[in-house]
Design a protein around this ligand. Structure first.
Ligand SMILES: [Zn+2]
Length: 281
């Protein structure tokens, strides 16, 4: 297995985006690895706190993700996404995850700084890379609502105060978008990149069209988190299969269709994130 830090550092040095895809079940993990192998690209497998809640525990899905990452023929990392619980972070690190996102964005700013710094110190003692994010800057619907914006000065202060390795920024995307029409503030991306020394992370990237993803990477975003886009592909393929065969009983028949659709979309998106490598503005 490769660490997220290595994958992000290589992507940043080459001026390309690093794809980080969210796992739901083991089929997603298999599909994301297959897609990355098809594309010949590094990849990050992410398990979110919401995914852990869905399974009722981290260990079964976490071990499956670690095994899939370990068996991949391309550099593959396992990352814990959007953890609000410190205990979940400790458990993920003990299982073997090489990076975590601590999400203190719902806390008041000073509490977010204090908690993030505490988790970063604990993780750095163990060689673990930490992603974090600022609070709800621009919108009351959360930091990744379309109207939310990260302030470059506050972002710089936050990184300095917490020693975090990766910073999630709010620049126009929002979580869970089913349409790909988000408009990113690329000038703000450039200003944050100038103000902040660490690689930047885009959440809610499923709502961003291909051409804008490419532009976002050129403007200075490195880790590109994608979840909904894969779920759209998975569900659509399963729905098509079931619509065409209402006598099917074996889940493997339609899960294969979903898994293949996710693998194709991962390979395609990794191509988009690599296009124009080295052409960073
Ligand atoms: Zn997110």
């Amino acid at each position: 297995m490769t660490s997220t830090a290595e994958i992000i550092a290589a992507a940043r040095a080459a001026g390309r985006g690093a794809g980080a895809f969210n796992v739901i079940g083991i089929e997603h993990a298999e599909a994301i690895v297959a897609g990355a192998e098809k594309a010949g690209a590094d990849v990050v497998l992410q398990v979110s706190e919401n995914c852990v809640a869905y399974h009722g525990a981290l260990a079964p899905i976490g071990r499956a993700v670690l095994a899939a990452a370990g068996a991949a023929t391309v550099p593959t990392a396992a990352h814990l996404d959007h953890a609000t619980s410190a205990d979940l972070i400790y458990e993920a690190v003990e299982l073997g995850f090489g990076s975590v996102m601590y999400d203190g964005s719902a806390l008041p700013y000073s509490d977010n700084v204090r908690e993030t710094a505490r988790i970063v110190a604990w993780c750095h003692d163990r060689g673990i890379c930490v992603e974090a994010e600022l609070g709800e800057i621009g919108g009351k619907n959360g930091v990744h609502a379309a109207g939310a914006r990260t302030d470059p000065g506050e972002a710089a202060d936050f990184v300095c105060a917490t020693d975090v390795d990766l910073l999630a920024v709010a620049v126009g995307s929002s979580h869970g978008m089913a349409t790909r029409d988000a408009v990113l503030d690329l000038d703000l991306v450039r200003r944050i990149r100038t103000a902040v020394p660490v690689p930047l992370v885009l959440h809610g990237s499923s709502g961003v069209p291909d051409v804008a993803l490419h532009a976002a990477v050129r403007a200075g975003l490195t880790k590109i988190n994608i979840a909904t886009q894969l779920n759209k592909a998975f569900t659509s393929a399963v729905r098509d299969y079931l619509t065409g065969d209402d006598a099917v009983t074996d889940p493997r028949r339609y899960l294969v269709a979903g898994r293949e659709a996710v693998a194709s979309e991962v390979a395609r998106l990794l191509g988009v994130l690599r296009a124009g490598a080295g052409s960073r503005e």
